[in-house]
Design a binder for this molecule. Structure first.
Ligand SMILES: Nc1ncnc2c1ncn2[C@@H]1O[C@H](COP(=O)(O)OP(=O)(O)OP(=O)(O)O)[C@@H](O)[C@H]1O
Length: 643
């Protein structure tokens, strides 16, 4: 077959290319020959040749020992922040490897609390000693004769730690790590602290902190209280040295159950604590940030489930402790729920109200809580509002407290007149109140006046007193509150209880059904209430669990106490005094029921007198004669009177 045109052109191209290559190769050889003949060119070629030989030799001498060493040692890297780093450093710490170090951090410490350390100075005089601690951030290398069998080189730097185990056998490293891990799990000395992310100043440390599981708890969140109480109750912070001293939070601190009046609470400024929880080392960092506080819990583990278990344990503990108390949550002055004040649970039986009222209220709330599904089915928002109104000291706040204890609910208390509370923050607080809790607004009338003509504001009455309308003004407006009450964002399952002494000053829109579903009037004491308050002070049954004091009515017989209660109720005018007033009076006769009955006319006359004095000065004459009459009647003077 004759060659085609394209085959001919390829052959031609190949011939031209081979001629060119041959030509350039010959030219290159000619050039080298020329250079070698030239004196300076020869020098250059020899120099290049020698340089290449020497560089190759140098890199070989560097690599050969490494290569040869590689046969005799096993090398392992441990990065800061990783749990293995903690195992190994803790193990080396235990074996005092750092004592050979040439770089230390020296700190003054109470050496009684320090074990496993080779202390240079241990005076034993109870004062602080100087403790040499390894400067684990400074690069250093140490040699460690492990179990007197294997030499291990330990190198530390900012990145972490490198171990070189001088052995042909890799299983030595396996054994070493296994032993370090076991010791870490068992030892009582806490491992070194690894700072959680974003808290330390050193960026390297922050970065490594991300390798451990860390949970942050803000004081505005409920979990913050669970965690703080858990840390306190479990004595996890027993190594703490800084306390904030409180005389108010009676049973919130470590002295729970004791009769102390001063309590040491862990300082929330900026403190670190380490403790063992189950088989894990945990570190807690409590610190203040902006308006609130935050707790960071770092678990020395990479497993998120451990953190969740920790939170669950704290939650259960909190729930259990809450059975014997009522937690009152207060606002932090911004838009968050802040401090929790635990109050001793008040027995529902100590609430003295006219027959049927407290039972009705309790049953209504219980029914509401139990019927969430019905509300959803009927398309009605699952919320319920109650208004307790009436004279001061008649038991409105006490009712809320007793209800919360009876139903196992927590109280979220907000005052509309607080400086930081406005429409926005109130909305946030409503929104963040958990379901199955009581949102309490006391003295709701104090927040904003009734709808009035602005011209009437700041008027002064005929006796020179400011007009009733002039009250501390809240930043919460009526329209704002109505919006919040109706808002879809408002928490479902919430029980709102508002109290007031002046229902007549409330805008009808505020108390219409749907916002306030039940209104309960609290009146001054009358009828059976008077007998009941007497019986509460002088119980005839010292086995009554509601009476742990054991005071049993001055040792009088039940029949006599019954009789005295009737006399007391007959002597006190009905609907004239509040339970709080009567309670104040009876406190002065704690162990003397007969005296309490005897002294009642005098006390009533006194109360009458004070009332008239403060309202109608012209009636003073009548008061003094009433006093005289009462004094002459039995000569009894109450030891303590309260208005
Ligand atoms: N009905 C009641 N049952 C039992 N204790 C009562 C009752 N009313 C008042 N007390 C006692 O009187 C004190 C004051 O009561 P409480 O604060 O509940 O009254 P209040 O109606 O809320 O008063 P205010 O309207 O001034 O807030 C409490 O210590 C409580 O023990």
């Amino acid at each position: 077959m004759p060659p085609t045109t394209s085959m001919l052109s390829i052959r031609h191209l190949w011939k031209t290319l081979s001629r060119l290559l041959c030509h350039s190769w010959k030219s290159a050889l000619r050039f080298i020959k020329y250079l070698l003949r030239h004196p300076q060119g020869g020098e250059l070629i020899r120099f290049l040749f020698l340089g290449t030989v020497m560089e190759t030799a140098r890199s070989l001498t560097q690599k050969i020992p490494d290569y040869v060493n590689g046969f005799f040692r096993v090398q392992a890297h441990f990065h800061r922040g990783d749990v293995t780093f903690d195992w190994v450093t803790s193990y080396l710490d235990h074996h005092q490897v750092w004592n050979h170090s040439r770089s230390f951090n020296v700190t003054a410490k109470n050496t009684e609390k320090i074990i496993d350390r080779d202390l240079r100075f241990k005076s034993g005089d109870g004062y602080l000693d100087a403790v040499y601690e390894p400067d684990s951030w400074a690069p250093s290398t140490d040699l460690f004769h492990w179990k007197k069998q294997h030499w291990i080189t330990v190198s530390v730097d900012k990145m972490g730690l490198m171990l070189q185990v001088w052995s042909l056998n890799q299983s030595v490293l396996d054994d070493f790590i296994q032993e370090a891990r076991e010791l870490y799990l068992q030892r009582s000395v806490p491992p070194p602290i690894v700072r959680p992310p974003a808290l330390g100043q050193d960026n390297d440390r922050d970065w490594f902190g991300y390798l451990l599981v860390t949970g942050f708890f803000d004081s505005g969140d409920f979990s913050y209280t669970w965690i703080l109480e858990y840390l306190q109750s479990q004595d996890f912070m027993e190594d703490i040295m800084q306390f904030s001293i409180s005389t108010r939070q009676a049973d919130a601190g470590w002295s729970q159950g004791k009769k102390d009046t001063v309590h040491a609470l862990p300082l929330q400024g900026n403190s670190f604590h380490r403790f063992r929880w189950r088989s894990y080392w945990v570190q807690a960092h409590i610190y203040s940030s902006g308006p609130g506080s935050q707790i960071a819990i770092t678990i020395h583990s990479c497993d998120k489930a451990v953190l969740l278990d920790f939170i669950e344990a704290a939650r259960l503990e909190y729930k259990e402790a809450a059975v014997s108390r009522v937690n009152v949550h207060l606002t932090d002055g911004y838009a968050n729920w802040g401090r929790v004040v635990p109050k001793t649970r008040r027995s529902f039986s100590t609430l003295i109200l006219p027959d049927g009222i407290k039972e009705t209220l309790l049953a209504d709330i219980q029914e509401f809580l139990d019927n969430e599904k019905w509300y959803t089915f009927a398309g009605v928002p699952h919320r319920r509002g109650y208004l307790l109104y009436g004279e001061p000291g008649t038991g409105k706040s006490t009712t809320v407290h007793a209800l919360a204890g009876e139903l196992g609910m927590e109280i979220y208390f907000v005052s509309l007149a607080s400086p930081g509370v406005n429409n926005h923050s109130l909305g946030e607080l409503f929104h963040s109140t958990p379901p199955h809790s009581i949102l309490l607004i006391e003295d709701i009338d104090c927040a904003f006046p009734q709808r009035v003509d602005p011209a009437e504001e700041f008027q002064i009455d005929e006796e020179g007193r400011p007009n009733e309308i002039w009250k501390p003004q809240s930043k919460v407006t009526l329209a704002g509150l109505l919006n919040i009450l109706d808002s879809v964002a408002s928490q479902e399952g919430r029980v709102l209880i508002a109290t007031t002494n002046h229902i007549e000053q409330l805008d009808p829109a505020l108390i219409r059904p749907g916002r306030i579903d039940m209104k309960i009037k609290y009146s001054l004491a009358m009828g059976e209430q008077l007998e009941n308050v007497f019986h509460r002070f002088y119980p005839d049954d010292d086995d009554d669990p509601a009476n742990p004091s054991g005071i049993n009515g001055g040792g009088l017989a039940a029949s006599e106490l019954e009789d005295l209660a009737r006399q007391f109720a007959a002597a006190v005018p009905h609907s004239k005094f509040s339970i709080a007033q009567l309670q104040g009076y009876l406190l002065g006769w704690k162990n003397d029921p007969r005296g309490a009955v005897r002294g009642i006319p005098t006390w009533i006359a006194q109360q009458e007198g004070e009332r008239i004095q403060s309202t109608e000065p012209g009636e003073q004459q009548a008061v003094s004669s009433a006093h005289e009459e009462a004094d002459n009647s039995d000569g009894a003077v109450p030891r303590l009177c309260s208005t």
